[in-house]
Design a binder for this molecule. Structure first.
Ligand SMILES: [Zn+2]
Length: 173
């Protein structure tokens, strides 16, 4: 579905920024928000590992702020994760409201987090694409590079989809 909407081949790599654009979600870079230096240092250096992305809602428009100090592979999966929350219309347990009325969505349930992880990874790494690449004996590291994701996410997805189990059955050593 996502790839059809973007005019991509069924198993082509998908650019999450293009997908966000298709969903009418604005993606903001932390560095371009014009935050004071001290706040930037706090968010990128001191607490740089502690947050990945946040979703802001203004009426029915969504914006996602990405932690741009993370590796691009991680930014891609973080962005897809947030987009999955939007697509799945998850309503968080808690919403923080800024002085200007922006809503910061936080405190999704564990179940919602898992759903967002699953859907985000499923869109980034389509099962048929993985199966095709595995059938032609492409190593997981190359598959990860092809789809622009980390090796650990690629490995997780190969396990979750059962592709590797299926390949071992189809091509026993
Ligand atoms: Zn989440």
């Amino acid at each position: 579905m996502a790839r059809i909407a973007l005019g991509l081949r069924p198993n082509a790599p998908l650019n999450p920024w293009a997908y966000a654009n298709h969903l009418n979600v604005i993606v903001l870079e932390l560095a371009k928000l014009g935050l004071p230096d001290k706040a930037m240092r706090q968010l990128t250096a001191v607490d740089g590992e502690s947050w990945s992305a946040m979703t802001i809602q203004n009426d029915d428009r969504f914006a996602i702020v990405i932690n741009s100090s993370h590796a691009l592979t991680r930014q891609r999966s973080n962005l897809m994760h947030e987009l999955a929350h939007v697509e799945l219309r998850h309503v968080p347990a808690r919403v923080e409201v800024s002085d200007t009325g922006l809503l910061l969505l936080s405190d999704f349930s564990d179940e919602q987090e898992q759903e967002a992880d699953w859907l985000g990874a499923a869109i980034l790494l389509p099962r048929d694409g993985l199966a095709q690449l595995r059938a032609s004996r492409t190593p997981a590291t190359e598959i990860a590079t092809y789809y622009g994701v980390s090796e650990s996410l690629c490995g997780w997805r190969l396990r979750m989809t059962g592709v590797d189990v299926q390949m071992r059955r189809a091509y026993p050593r």
